[in-house]
Design a protein around this ligand. Structure first.
Ligand code: ZN
Length: 67
């Protein structure tokens, strides 16, 4: 099989991500981090306990302090 020659068509052009997108991603990750650290921050009582148990395995997978 002869060696292939690149024509340049298979080169992937880099994607330019706007600065606002990076900032929004950082803020969103920060909000998720804060919500994960404090169970019951958004809801309280039975609903908070239900959500905690519903997402329990996911919380452990993300390394969220739980019990
Ligand atoms: Zn747990």
């Amino acid at each position: 099989m002869p060696p292939t020659v690149s024509t340049g068509a298979d080169v992937v052009a880099p994607i330019r991500v706007p600065l606002i997108a990076w900032l929004l991603a950082v803020v969103a990750l920060g909000v998720v981090y804060l919500l994960l650290q404090e169970n019951g921050l958004v809801t309280t009582g039975q609903i908070a306990a239900y959500l905690h148990e519903f997402t329990h395995d996911g919380r452990h997978a993300l390394g969220v302090p739980c019990h």
